[in-house]
Every structure is written in structure tokens, then in C-alpha cells.
Write a new protein. Structure first.
Length: 59
């Protein structure tokens, strides 16, 4: 898959995103990605907590 993304590759990706969405849409897009990542992390932590509780109940 993706082994290493260096500076030039990252710059190309950012330019393509800028061209696709435009400068006015980028802040909203970044906010929605950040909110999605926050919810995903929260779900993973809750799932890990549920697993830990299940292990404790078995003993």
C-alpha cells in the first residue's frame, strides 16, 4: 500500500484537494474531518473500555 508519503507527495495531494474543493470549502471540510476523527477515536476508546470490562467480568 502506501509506504512513505514525503513532502513532495503531500504537497501534490494538498494542491489537488485545493483544486477540487476550492479555498472557500476547505475550512468546513477540515472541520468535518476533525469531527469525524474525534467521533471515531471516542468510539474506539469506548469499545476498548467495553472489552476491558468484559475481561474483568470473566474472572
Amino acid at each position: 500500500m502506501i509506504k512513505n508519503i514525503g513532502g513532495p507527495e503531500l504537497l501534490i495531494i494538498l494542491v489537488v484537494v485545493l483544486l477540487l474543493f476550492g479555498a472557500s470549502k476547505l475550512p468546513g471540510l477540515a472541520r468535518s474531518i476533525g469531527a469525524s476523527a474525534k467521533e471515531f477515536k471516542k468510539g474506539v476508546e469506548e469499545g476498548a473500555g467495553d472489552d476491558a470490562d468484559a475481561d474483568v467480568d470473566k474472572t
